[in-house]
Design a protein around this ligand. Structure first.
Ligand code: PMT
Length: 223
């Protein structure tokens, strides 16, 4: 039984993919299944936290005793997160949020035309970045899904997003990343420490992340 290291804390966790609508029958998305984020919700709940899980469309059930807010697009995710941020003590951004969405979303099904076609994309809001600029004494934890130079990119994200910890996920390693029941991650903290975790189940990874968050001093990243 895990100890109550987050007793009384409000923890906001995002999970799953987003869907960016092209027309009523098509969308752009990614391979996130929500497993990592839902495991974190369970581990945080077990550690005594009050958990809000903001989730994109997934096929798994949330752990009992967790409040779930279902969203679809990156823009929905942005509004849901912003609405809950002020009352959160800890935010963990596991969701694989789309960086781009179609510039135009049609309200009728796009018809086939002769020849090739182009869908113009525009940037979505970088939610993690915005939280980094808004944060007061919240602990902000981001993920970094990379296929190369994982640690270097993760350290950069820690700075540019004003995060307290980045969970660096090499999504190319066997047994790690999207869809799997296991993961391989490296935790990089604000004080420079790096914790390389071996291949573990997503739930064990989640417990370790929660353990490490629990020892981050509040407001640490705000000096
Ligand atoms: O869901 P699973 O199948 O279990 O897979 C787990 C996972 C691979 C999705 C997860 O472990 C993971 O790595 N999540 C982060 C995926 C991601 O989008 O990484 P990124 O490097 O593109 O984004 C970096 C950080 O910025 C993330 O915390 C992300 O939530 C956040 N972000 C990204 C884009 C955006 N517009 N706003 C954001 O806040």
């Amino acid at each position: 039984k895990s100890s109550q290291t987050l007793k009384g804390k409000n923890v906001l966790i995002t999970a799953g993919p987003t869907r960016e609508r092209i027309d009523p029958v098509r969308f752009i998305t990614n391979h996130s299944t929500g497993k990592m984020g839902y495991a974190l919700a369970e581990a945080a709940k077990n550690a005594g936290a009050k958990v809000i899980l903001i989730s994109g469309p997934v096929n798994i059930s949330p752990p009992p005793g967790v409040e779930v807010v279902k969203i679809e697009s990156a823009n929905d995710m942005y509004h849901a997160v912003m609405g809950k941020f002020a009352s959160a003590d800890i935010v963990i951004k596991t969701a694989a949020v789309a960086d781009y969405r179609p510039k135009v979303s049609y309200d009728h099904k796009m018809k086939k035309q002769p020849g090739d076609s182009v869908i113009e994309l525009e940037r979505t809001k970088d939610i993690l970045f915005e939280l980094g600029t808004l944060k007061k004494d919240q602990i902000l934890v981001g993920f970094a899904a990379e296929t190369e130079n994982v640690e270097e990119y993760a350290r950069k994200k820690l700075e540019t997003k004003n995060a307290d910890m980045i969970v660096a996920n090499n999504v190319k390693s066997e047994g790690a990343g999207f869809g799997m029941d296991t993961n391989i991650v490296t935790l990089i903290k604000r004080d420079g420490t790096k914790i390389e975790l071996p291949l573990m189940s997503k739930f064990e990874v989640a417990e370790k992340i929660i353990e490490e968050i629990a020892v981050i001093p509040k407001g640490f990243g705000n000096e």
